[in-house]
Ligand binder design. Sequence first.
Ligand code: NAD
Length: 293
Amino acid sequence: MTIIDGKQTAEEYKAALKQEVKEFVAKGKRPPCLAILLIGNNGASETYVANKLKTCHDVGFSASLYRFENTVSENEVLTCINELNFNSNVDGIIVQSPFPNHISPQKINEAIHPAKDVDGFHPMNAGRLQQNKPCYISATPKGIMQLIEKYKIETQGKHCVVVGRSNIVGMPMSILLSRNSKPGNCTVTICHSKTVDLASFTKRADILIAAIGSPELITADMIKEGAVVFDVGITRVADKTAKSGYRLKGDINCDEAAPKSSYITPVPGGVGPMTIIGLLQNTLLAAKNAIYN
Ligand code: NAD
């Protein structure tokens, strides 16, 4: 059994990105620039945004943070996005989720110009992904594909079960693994909240990807012997013994599932660190006008 080290892999990709940025700037270009919009003061969002800003800085990007109160109007956020769309010094725009209830994620995602949509959430990028055309691939699935490549995991002909059908993780993941490419060529089953008898599907997975957000929902008895297991879920679970007052839990009980798996990602330190890499790679592509030109 191999524990997939997302942290180490992310460090390697980070070094490569830093070098690429150096070469880009040496050609007289300005450093890639990511604009991050943050609404409210959700603790997890604050942490994610701080990590994104730090990693931008580490690889030589410039990044700017636009903070809004929880009570900000949808129009105000849309106006900010529109200004950033026209700002030629900005390459990528992301809005950290979750949003307050009065702000429509769909409207926000569609307001970002597809050429600056480095999260890959705009319907234009989602549609192009489905048609196997150049696009910004949502960062988490992109990161998982890079882990698959790095660990030389065979995907062709395998049965992959993706649990979760969100536009951010589950759906793009299922498209990437089913398309005719390497890695790819899996037979993919998508499970979701209305799936009856989830275990009957997960037990048949050569590759299992859990993107649910329900701590340790998937137990060892639901996993096939020798399966490759990616745990995307991250949930803060209260724990008085932890300094922060909480622990991060995945969707899978890793300790129990690991002995049965051939490869498994831990939480934290598995998929998470690669998500930021995917985002930064997309931003560099945007700075190079590599997708839309
Ligand atoms: P989401 O809430 O949009 O989607 C969750 C999906 O899980 C839904 O499609 C739903 O149908 C499915 N689901 C819910 N209960 C289920 C059940 N009992 N059985 C089967 N399926 C069920 O969430 P998301 O944005 O896709 O994120 C999923 C998890 O991944 C969350 O914990 C999130 O924090 C985490 N996440 C982690 C990273 C990372 O970098 N590691 C990135 C994005 C999301």
